[in-house]
Design a protein around this ligand. Sequence first.
Ligand SMILES: [Zn+2]
Length: 491
Amino acid sequence: MPRVLLRGGRVIDPGTGSDRIADVLIEDGKIAAVGLELQTEQATEVDVTGMVVGPGFVDLHSHVNSIAGQRLQARDGVTTALELEAGLLPVEIAYAEAAKQGRPINFGFSASWGMARAEVLSGRPADANFVGALSMLGDPAWQASSTPTQLGAWLGRLEEELADGALGIGVLQGYAPQSDPREYLAVNELAARAGVPTFTHVREIVESDPGTPIDGTEEAARAAMEFGGQVHHCHVNSTSRRHVDRTLGVIERARSGGAHMTVETYPYGAGSTGIGAAFLAPERLHVWGIGPANIVLVESGERIVDEAHLRQVRSTDPGAACIVEFLDDTDAHDQALLARSLAFPDSIVASDAMHVTWPDRSTDTREWPLPAGGTTHPRTAGTFARSLRLMVREQQVWTWGEAFRRCSYLPARVMDSTTAAFRAKGHLAVGADADIVVIDPQRVTDRATYLNSTRPSIGIAHVLVAGEFVVRDEDVVLDAYPGRGLRGQLR
Ligand SMILES: [Zn+2]
């Protein structure tokens, strides 16, 4: 296995808080030494003077399960991208397919509450395919409350998935917004018993829907308090919108009461999902303070005109990916809301990356640069570089150490309970996995926009996964597929 020596960079280890000029020696996919003027034979030496060197980003929220999408994420500094919020089912198939195709960066999947429920409540066989499952989101049968027998059946299914190595349980509660809250407690009780986290897209918050059976963030906090398990609150920006101070307060209180609750955010004022989602029903939009014209179809770039148009697309193509403008990215007040969710203590950066779709509806390619015409949400390509630009370069709210803590170290720690393999990630101790990102601190920025959504970030100079370059000199290394599946230890 080749040795690599990264010479003379500013090395940041969020595991120890150290920030110093040093060399990093990589051997057999691990960090072999960090120190001054390391000498070694037969190492590929790369001068990284003036660059920041840190542990690669661990993305807890990536729906990208493709080579194309992973390459965009690698160009954004990500070395591990996990599908945890939606999850996939059966995980056995998901892991086998990803391994067979090859992946540039590490991957892993939680057990899918949504797919387990859909199997039991609407008889839809799960096929471990996120893109296909988007069309199921609008199906009312799937969103109903479960009978005790049904509940037992899908809980059992999730338990089997954990035994098969799923990384916790992903709960799309917000997509079945009226379902019985006791079901949410039951799934968290199961996870706490198994010692694994749940990852929740929370139910509607009370400000948006006074008719919600329970406030979504409160529900997650209560589940964390009640069973003592690990509860991860996904994208607090998009589910809280203009009420983020209130929902972050709920999380703060739960934490100070001893709950093991973590939270993530991404720095964009628009979300993305399947247009059939319950919360995008024409009669529901006003509670978010938006209208049909705040929805844009990802594939065509077409903006929804009115309620009739929205109804028509929801019925003919419920799985169509769309962008939903829940905040205004150009408005100073809304920008401040996003900055506050990023600045919240210990909040984790996670992208919610979506697949890239081409006009022929294909969603992957080994070609690089990506063929023209592909579209996605810009967060897929730009979340991490954008967070660094905003929080380190422009607003100086985070030091580089703090940035790596939120992008690499803390997310790896969320996963420690699922498999010991994560203990070697998110830091740079000798023996840690050589998943490394080398950043140009003056230039790093996102370039993806809503109209040009697949433009890779810049200023991410090199990315190594298990000691192998997947990005070198700001370009993708073709034929580099060192990504490995991370699988839960209950298996
Ligand atoms: Zn979500």
